[in-house]
Ligand binder design. Sequence first.
Ligand SMILES: [Zn+2]
Length: 398
Amino acid sequence: MGEVMGAGRLARRVVKVAAAGVLHYSGMRKAMAAYRRSQSGGRRILIVSYHRVVEDLTGEMQRSIPGLLISQETLRRHLEEAAAAGYEFASIGDAVGVMTGRRVAKRDLCVVTFDDGYRDVYRYAYPLLRRMGVPAIIYLPTDFIGTNRRFNHDRLFHLVLRAGQRGFRPYFSALPGPALELLGPVFSGKKPLSAALDDFIGEHPAGVLLELIEALEQELGGGPDLLPEQGELMSWDEVRRMARDGFEFGAHTLGHTVLTLEPPEVVTREIVESKLAIEREVQIQVRDFAYCNGWYSDEIIAVLKANGFRSGVTTEDLPNRIGGDPFTLKRKVLWENFSIGVLGEYSAALTGCQLDDCFGVLGMSRPVPGRRTHSSAAVAASRLLGRSEGFGPKGEPT
Ligand SMILES: [Zn+2]
């Protein structure tokens, strides 16, 4: 059940590494950067996104969602590589100013963002950024900050790993209806756990995820090892300390909620109250938002605009254009593997090609669109399913 690279993925990696080498050393990378620059309206505005920054990558890979991880060392190399590629590091506000024509940029801009407020960002990214003088914004799901809670995605990942380690085979009649969608492909080896989890989180609202977590914990017999140690969040003191050093904070809902799956009243509460929580705790003005899962809708953007926000970041891996919509900012979500060659070595050529979006220019990356139609009807249906027969603690009325 480990995250083994399949033959297809390995072949794609070989092609990318080879292409990166050619582009990097032939000077074509520079030509592609120039092409993107003119396409973007004269200046490139690159927004990169990270989640967790760790010291012991090998150890952390054994227990955490791989796509959320980057080592402190590789992050440092990314930042150096971005500077070498001609980017100037900028705050999100400056980037939005350039996009909307209120400011002029002398150079291409790179905005560094971190989603979710993981404590390891405070431990390993914060000192590095400060030393290098790189600004950054951290998007906080405020109900989790300053608590010992863990995100649903981290809990589910951990629980399914534990289930595998214990030789547990799911007994689906004892689990809520949608459990099969997650566990079926994983236990049959059809999908790596992280991919199955991504798909599952995209289809079910938070309530269904929680129900599955509780049912799995029950089935696995409880015990303290069912709650992951990893995935700790920042405390409000840590947030305040970073804010005092000039780092910015944006809202990322209250409960890390995928808003396109929720009804209007939940959307409004998650947006407004997460903004107010940061403003109250940190005494700063919050005007920037990150969509959970990268998904947004016209309704969500309208709520942001009505409540004093100036920007919303997606996870669409596309170039930003001057004159583009600041509520659908494109971002490149990066993690350790974006810079790792075929033999597991760090590749500067690969990193450089990622930051210059060479694979996007060549049509080798597949951007996932974040715009969704709002689907509260589907939500209602899946909630009913989630609460169907056989759910809840055994032998007790539910
Ligand atoms: Zn997030």
